[in-house]
Ligand binder design. Structure first.
Ligand code: NAD
Length: 495
């Protein structure tokens, strides 16, 4: 049970300036440059952050390579790595509230959600891959009798990981945990505006017994340190979560350097489809509102397009707007808030810009559409519902990544499928119907990495998360994620 007093005590602690974490130590940027970290809670400066250069990144990659080659981690028994990663999970749980408050001050996610989805989920992820790794077996191939063909799972070497500002601990640990469990070394590049809690995880990893150089964090602008990581000749695999625009650049950097494998987890414009035979329309409205507005819509799988069958459209939209208006938006460190801050002023302005564009293209603003609580200095926006959105409108095609829902009516199943599949994205989707046959037809027809039926947004570590089309080409979570961090190596032995 979270207590307001404990949260308030932690939020009052000043945050010192932060350096990179390279070779087991905090280290400033070689140039001495520092970025200002601004809290979206009140728009005030929170601390300074090392603004890395290519030289800093190359130093981190060299450290990771040296650690990999001398085997201080890569050649340890899986049972040893399991023990260390369990210890790391213990330390994350020990410091869960501190980590959460730090992360919320950095990126503005509401604390009840952040505590579970960030710190506790990160601990769970380290435990999951700790438990898995000493159960991964190689193979003996069914070859001719005079041949013994073995298939080994070898660590890939140096993994570069670039992660976004939403849910940095959760998404970061989806990459760090399997990469380390498999015996790789890692260089992590967090988002400039959500680095603080991941730097703490690196310090906790060192405390848990991850050797120096195995897990490095380099902070600073994506276009500088992210680019240097992606262009490095000494990084074997790049794992990325973020926007499609950056994902495209990474593929170019890979082509221009050493053809490193790039696994991309990108954006979405996920359709949430409500048929008139949904089992409980009131529940569908409540869950659909949460499915777009929690964390101010800054969730990759957010159900940002609501498709509603024509004959229930008006009643359903009214119910949904009532839920949208009922959310308590405010200080993300206040336990009573249900939605926290928009992550940055740039993001807030972009969100408001999408509303303006939607109105200019003929959509109706049904609720929200405004910045609120401006007097706090922070970045807050009302949950916003736009109706009468055409499938080709900007707001139906482009990812907003804000608390803005685009509603479009549809006639029948075929119409719903056509509209649902009419974007470049394919990350998530939802279908509400009590017709089992229809549910299965929709599961088959909708092109998305995950489809929710009669709910929206549920998931856990046991199932993969990844997109199709331009939502990406990799999967985080589950046993499948381990494939990204292993090479298959065949030994062909003549007997
Ligand atoms: P972004 O692409 O702007 O930034 C992501 C990361 O890439 C940051 O660390 C950034 O510094 C770095 N970066 C930026 N330019 C770079 C460059 N030229 N070279 C190398 N690195 C660079 O994305 P964002 O705004 O931080 O995150 C939001 C996006 O992430 C949304 O599109 C969202 O849908 C997506 N996302 C996807 C998933 C998923 O699982 N598919 C999960 C969460 C977020």
């Amino acid at each position: 049970m979270l207590e307001q007093g404990a949260i308030d005590a932690l939020r009052a602690i000043p945050v010192p300036d932060q350096g990179h974490h390279i070779d087991g130590r905090q280290s400033p940027a070689e140039t001495g440059e520092v970025l200002d970290v601004v809290s979206p809670i009140d728009g005030a400066r929170l601390c300074g952050l090392a603004s890395g250069s290519a030289a800093d990144m190359n130093r981190a990659v060299r450290s990771a390579r040296a650690a990999f080659e001398d085997g201080r981690w890569s050649k340890t028994a899986p049972a040893h790595r399991k023990k260390v990663l369990h210890r790391l999970a213990d330390l994350i749980e020990r410091d869960a509230l501190e980590l959460t408050v730090l992360g919320v001050r950095d990126n503005g996610t509401e604390i009840n959600m952040a505590y579970k989805a960030e710190a506790l989920s990160a601990a769970g992820t380290f435990r999951y891959y700790a438990e898995v790794i000493d159960k991964v077996y190689g193979e003996i191939a069914p070859t001719a009798q005079n041949i013994l063909a073995l298939v080994h799972h070898a660590p890939v070497g140096v993994v570069g990981a670039i992660v976004p500002w939403n849910f940095p601990l959760m998404i970061g640990s989806w990459k760090i945990a399997p990469a380390l469990a498999a015996g790789n070394s890692l260089v992590l590049k967090p988002a400039e505006s959500a680095s603080l809690s991941l730097l703490r995880i690196a310090a906790l990893a060192a405390e848990a017994g991850v050797p120096d150089g195995v897990f490095n964090v380099v902070t600073g602008p994506g276009a500088v340190v992210g680019e240097a990581l992606a262009l490095s000749m000494d990084v074997d695999v790049l794992v990325f979560t973020g926007s499609g625009a950056t994902g495209r650049r990474l593929l170019n950097y890979s082509a221009a350097s050493n053809l490193k494998r790039c696994y991309l987890e990108l954006g979405g414009k996920s359709p949430n489809i409500v048929f008139n035979d949904a089992p409980d329309l009131e529940e569908a409205a409540r869950v659909s509102a949460a499915g777009i507005f929690r964390n101010s819509g800054q969730v990759c799988v957010a159900g940002s397009r609501l498709l509603v069958q024509q004959d229930i459209h008006d009643d359903f939209v009214s119910a949904l707007c009532a839920h949208a208006r009922a959310f308590r938006v405010g200080d993300p460190l206040d336990l009573k808030s249900q939605i926290g801050a928009v992550h940055s002023l740039t993001q807030l302005e972009a969100d408001l810009g999408f509303v303006e564009t939607a109105e200019a293209e003929g959509a109706d603003l049904r609720t929200g559409g405004q910045r609120i609580l401006e007097e706090t200095g922070g970045y807050y926006m009302q949950p916003t519902v736009m109706t009468n959105v055409k499938p080709t409108d900007t707001i139906a095609q482009r990812e907003v990544f804000g608390p803005v829902l685009a509603v479009t009516p549809f006639k029948d199943e075929d119409d719903a499928i056509r509209i649902a599949n009419s974007t470049e994205f394919g990350l998530a989707s939802g279908v509400w119907t009590e017709n089992l046959g229809r549910a299965h037809r929709m599961i088959a027809a909708i092109r998305s990495g995950v489809i929710h039926v009669n709910t929206y947004g549920g998931a856990d570590l046991t199932v993969p998360l990844g997109g199709v089309k331009q939502s990406g080409n990799g999967h985080d979570k589950s046993l499948h994620a381990l494939d990204k961090y292993h090479d298959l190596k065949t030994a062909w032995i003549q007997l």
